[in-house]
Design a protein around this ligand. Structure first.
Ligand code: IMP
Length: 431
């Protein structure tokens, strides 16, 4: 019996939602441990599409406990909207199904205002953030000025912290960012309403998880974004502001590392990225357009069109090592149907050197040229494949070659958005 972490192996949007939803059948509890509503997981169940930003994907299964861990930054307005939408659709009937960590930090209106203003001022050098206030909320957490749910629940603590923060943020907004200031009373009233709506969900989730695991419950840790967007191990500074890697699952949910036995990396059969930052295998011509069209590569959160390129084994190999991935779920293989040749990037060329490891230098990453090996493509659609042997030989070879170049087994291949469009090679919960 294992607990499993599901981690993005690329720059996010790898199709984690579908894989988490599939494996949720095997788990009792699903935990989000980092990020906020910058994430967007698209779930298609019986043709019905649901996009979740904050509530863990387990919400669609009535018997699963969903936990928003201490490492998440929560925009309460968005969370309330999401809870209401889920309830309208007949999910989350029992409020006990959702628990929010009392230590999770709350995204405030000044976080969003600062995020948006800074991006505007950065102009061409912008990070391309989702504009949801994620970075500024994590900044306050680390600066020890953040407001946690436990603080929000205590009216006097909240008032005091908000007063102090508003004073400081308004000076920054006005003098440095040349923005309008924010009104204390308005925020105080609206967050007072949020407090009362969310109070019943807030608890000590680290303790709860410990109790549940001791009782033999199985946990799925649901990562958001991806390893290459990790604040330490990604393409800094073009990253998100949290630890998206397996280590983040421990600190972001308050459990020890011995509780995570399997780490499944999610990777597309090609690569996408939203926002700015280096992307060595990016395709700016017709092949990139084809990937975008066939893969419907538009962001679930911001609707932005995703940048598309060939599979980058240097990045995924880095993710496998960094996270201790025990297997990869390869998604969207069906999208590659129709390409005569399919390149895989196995190294980066920088100057006269071939780099086999992911470089830390932003300058090197920006100048890195992909070194490709070409594999044969296939013509037949893969949508109906349910066993590995149903795949055309060229597609099988493509999958096997990816295993070799990234250094771990592929345990699942996804050939379409539906739950049934899945080839399961190994169940991580049975390891
Ligand atoms: P932030 O997380 O909004 O601060 O944005 C920082 C970077 O991470 C930007 O390049 C975003 O496009 C990217 N990003 C944030 N969340 C996601 C996600 O869920 N999928 C893909 N990219 C993301």
């Amino acid at each position: 019996m294992s607990n499993v972490a599901i981690i993005g192996a690329q720059w996010g949007d790898e199709g984690k939602g579908k894989v988490v939803d599939l494996f949720t059948d095997e788990a009792d509890i699903v935990v989000r441990f980092q990020g906020g509503n910058n994430a967007g997981h698209t779930l298609v169940v019986n043709g019905d599409k649901t996009i979740l930003h904050l509530v863990p994907s387990g919400a669609l299964h009535p018997d699963k406990l969903c936990v928003i861990g201490n490492g998440v930054v929560v925009d309460p307005e968005i969370l309330i909207e999401e809870i209401q939408t889920l309830k309208r659709r007949g999910h989350l009937v029992d409020d006990e199904q959702l628990r929010i960590s009392e230590q999770a930090h709350v995204i405030m209106p000044y976080h969003k205002a600062i995020d948006l203003a800074r991006e505007r001022l950065r102009g061409k050098g912008k990070i391309g953030t989702t504009g949801r206030g994620i970075g500024p909320a994590y900044e306050d957490k680390v600066a020890r000025t953040g407001i946690r749910f436990v603080d929000l629940l205590e009216e006097d603590t909240f008032r005091e912290k908000l007063q102090r923060n508003i004073e400081e943020k308004n000076i920054y907004l006005k003098a440095i960012l040349k923005e309008k200031t924010l009104d204390f009373d308005k925020i105080h009233v609206s967050y007072g309403r949020y407090r009362e709506k969310l109070r019943k969900f807030v608890t000590n989730t680290g303790l709860l998880l410990d109790q549940e695991m001791r009782a033999g419950k199985r946990v799925l840790f649901e990562g958001a974004q991806g390893t290459l967007l990790d604040v330490d191990h990604g393409t800094y500074p073009y990253v998100t502001s949290s630890s998206t890697v397996t280590g983040g699952a421990c600190s972001g949910s308050g459990v020890g590392p011995q509780h995570i036995q399997q780490v499944i990396g999610i990777s597309k059969a090609y690569t996408t990225r939203v926002g700015s930052g280096p992307f060595p295998t990016e395709l700016n011509g017709p092949d990139g357009e084809t990937l975008r069209r066939e893969g419907a590569e538009f962001g679930a959160t911001t609707g932005r069109s995703r940048r598309c390129g060939w599979f980058d084994a240097v990045g995924v190999r880095h993710a496998v090592r960094m996270n201790g991935m025990t297997g990869i779920a390869l998604t969207k293989l069906d999208v590659l149907t129709g390409f005569k040749k399919i390149p895989i990037c196995t190294a980066y060329r920088y100057g006269s050197k071939d780099l086999h490891e992911f470089p830390a230098s932003s300058k090197v990453m920006h100048g890195a040229q992909p070194v490709y090996e070409e594999l044969a493509g296939w013509e037949v659609p893969l949508d109906d494949a349910r066993n590995f042997s149903d795949l055309p030989v060229a597609a099988q070879k493509y999958v096997r070659r990816i295993e070799e170049v990234v250094g771990t087994k592929i345990i699942l291949v996804s050939v379409g958005p539906g739950r049934e469009q899945t080839i399961l090679l190994k169940n991580p919960f049975e390891s």
